[in-house]
Design a protein around this ligand. Structure first.
Ligand code: CMP
Length: 146
């Protein structure tokens, strides 16, 4: 069965790497089923990253996410959540360079904060994050079919 995951191209990667990342996403067999460019509001960034609310880097993370336009994507494929995580590589680009040099974060991330891309950590989070950014997709599809 197909799965959805939320992928975000973060602002520091948008200018130089956006097209490469989109091309590689399609080459790996994902369908881009929703797409939206936006500068997240503080409220949205806080909600997106609520699982990290207690972390020492939370405020820095929210500040950074609001600093420029991000590309929000819904990627659809079998096992999409896990496959997008593999494509991104580890959160820390320094670690990614050692363990998975082909990964997006190894090639395009600068440091553990500015790591170029985001992906949902599990199926439950994927559903919540997609709902937050895009609203109820299945309802929209039903509406457009009538
Ligand atoms: P992302 O996959 O978007 O999910 C959480 C984000 O928090 C992560 O990528 C980084 O941008 C950021 N992050 C994770 N760990 C740290 C850290 N130790 N210091 C600063 N930012 C971090």
């Amino acid at each position: 069965p197909k799965q959805n995951t939320l992928a975000v191209i973060k602002h520091e990667a948008m200018e130089q790497h956006r097209e490469t990342i989109l091309e590689e996403i399609r080459d790996r067999g994902f369908s881009v089923t929703q797409q939206k460019e936006m500068v997240p509001s503080r409220e949205l960034a806080e909600e997106l990253y609520k699982e990290h609310k207690e972390k020492p880097f939370f405020n820095q993370l929210v500040d950074y996410m609001c600093q420029g336009p991000c590309l929000m994507l819904v990627l659809t494929k079998e096992n999409a959540v896990e496959e997008w995580r593999v494509m991104m590589g580890p959160s820390d680009p320094a670690k990614a360079k050692e363990t998975s040099p082909e990964s997006l974060r190894a090639r395009f991330g600068s440091d553990i904060l500015q790591n170029s891309v985001h992906g949902s950590s599990n199926v439950q989070h994927a559903e919540e994050e997609i709902q937050l950014i895009f609203g109820d997709i299945s309802t929209e599809e039903e509406l457009s079919n009538t």
